[in-house]
Write a protein of this length. Sequence first.
Length: 335
Amino acid sequence: MIEGARLDGKVMVTGGAGYIGSHAVLALLDAGYQMVVVDSLVTGFAWAVDPRATLVEMAVEDPQMAGVIAEHGVRAIMHFAGSVVVPESVSDPLKYYRNNTAATRSLIESAVATGVPHFIFSSTAATYGTPARVPVAEGDPTVPINPYGWSKLMSEAMLRDVAAAHPLNYGALRYFNVAGADPQGRSGQSTVGATHLIKIAVEAAIGKRGGVGVFGTDFDTPDGTGVRDYIHVSDLAAAHVAMLEKLVAEPTASHTYNVGYGRGFSVNQVLDAVDRVTNLTIERRYEGRRAGDPAALVADNRAILAALPWRPGRDDLDTIVADALAWERRLAERA
Ligand code: UFG
């Protein structure tokens, strides 16, 4: 914790019943914060919210939001709620501009109206589009290549402008490829119809699907498959707590940080890790490229490492895969 920084009220976590949000709830609880979770439960699950947190089933743009903020004495908002499927954002862009951009505008308005001083926003490496260089740094050009990335970049712009006009500071965290699950087995990626590589691979490992399609073998990468910076969801959640403490300690400064480990693994390297961890040979079907996939996306994470006391604790591909697998088995037992 940054010396002297303590929030004088509760944290509101929107989307706290979802994958990343539920892990942020755990990290905040473990750090001693009190919180209220707001989630519409359209894609999230009430059971994913730790019972020590209060759950309000509501959309973030609900007219009652300001009342909920005031009633609970909220002094910081972590905003995870939103839509996250990149191909869907291409086929239904207005859903993304509604659920991400417009809903965030409404939430920021509620925050300003009630005098909430700190705001942490779930942003994404998709704001860079096809990065100008790898690793990509926060000051590099942001030219999204899909509506999802634009919907998040527009939200970043609103926060920048609002922080200049009102007494509110913010942290925008640009996530790279989030994977894994709570090491204590309290939460994990539970969304049905997964599209993310590690989730798909562990589903294959437990027999939920026959194998894994490898989307593209002719990228300009060492083995021709796409390279990504996979970060453990618990490390990502911890970064939010560290970000909050900086915003509280230094209330006039706002920040935008990449959150990744700063190193990339190819699709084949990920599938090798899954084979190693499971002692299986999961079938790989080599297919053509998926539309809109950049060859490589890796974080330059020097800014966050310099600014926050945050240090990755589970920066190991096999650990990420093992935690994802353990959660997938729990989910299968639950079903
Ligand atoms: N991949 C496969 N087979 C699959 C699924 C994925 O080969 O079945 C490949 C992809 O082509 C890519 C890599 O695995 O090379 C990772 O793909 P994911 O779908 O897991 O993740 P993305 O990199 O596409 O998406 C992530 C975030 C998004 C964000 C995007 C920015 O999950 O929220 O990065 O590019 F928008």
